[in-house]
Design a protein around this ligand. Structure first.
Ligand code: S3P
Length: 186
């Protein structure tokens, strides 16, 4: 696996954590894993933390305990991630849509990175693979949800436009390039 050496300025930016955000199907987990390896960071999957916390898959949590319980736990786990250094965190698609969560990331000095893919690509991925996604009912509902979340996603410090045809490795390269150009966050 190729490793990259970032400039001191970039190092300063991500030392408190990089938070990948974006809609379901954007590739936050797969890109996050590669990115973490490239940067020599630990990778954390927020949904995985929540699965472990509840001892149950996320759809079961939504069904048995409701979304509000899930979102409270999500905030708590996110806050724990924000205490870590040198981590790449793949968040769930709804995590950055909470003002409180955005503030937790910002206050920790974390860097939010929006993986911005065209809706058509996300739609195709979700139609193919929506099992275990309690926020997906059908394509029309998901598109409305996506559109309603865009203004939140666009508040990320860094937006990385992807076509969706990149491999996870190429997409991670695009993130690194965007980090190199991003304004310093200190
Ligand atoms: C959610 C997305 C999921 C997961 C949960 C809620 C959302 O994560 O956190 O099902 O609200 O969009 P992914 O974006 O990794 O699918």
């Amino acid at each position: 696996m190729k490793k990259v050496h970032l400039s001191p300025v970039v190092t300063l930016k991500w030392m408190r954590g990089i938070f990948l955000i974006g809609f379901m199907g954007a590739g936050k987990t797969s890109v996050g894993r590669v990115l973490a390896e490239r940067l020599g960071c630990r990778f954390i999957d927020l949904d995985q933390c929540l699965h472990q916390r509840f001892g149950a898959p996320i759809p079961d949590v939504f069904e048995r305990q409701g979304e509000e319980v899930f979102r409270e736990a999500e905030r708590d786990e996110l806050a724990r991630c924000c205490e870590q250094h040198n981590v790449v965190v793949a968040t769930g698609g709804g995590a950055f849509c909470s003002q409180a969560n955005r503030e937790i990331i910002r206050a920790s000095g974390g860097l939010s990175v929006f993986l911005d893919l065209p809706w058509e690509v996300l739609e195709e991925r979700l139609v193919r693979d929506h099992a275990g996604r309690p926020k997906y009912d059908d394509s029309g509902q998901a598109q409305l949800l996506y559109e309603s979340r865009l203004t939140d996603y666009r508040q990320a410090t860094v937006c990385v436009e992807l076509t969706g045809s990149e491999s996870a490795e190429n997409a991670a390269d695009c993130v690194v390039a965007a980090l190199e150009e991003a304004p310093c966050v200190t």
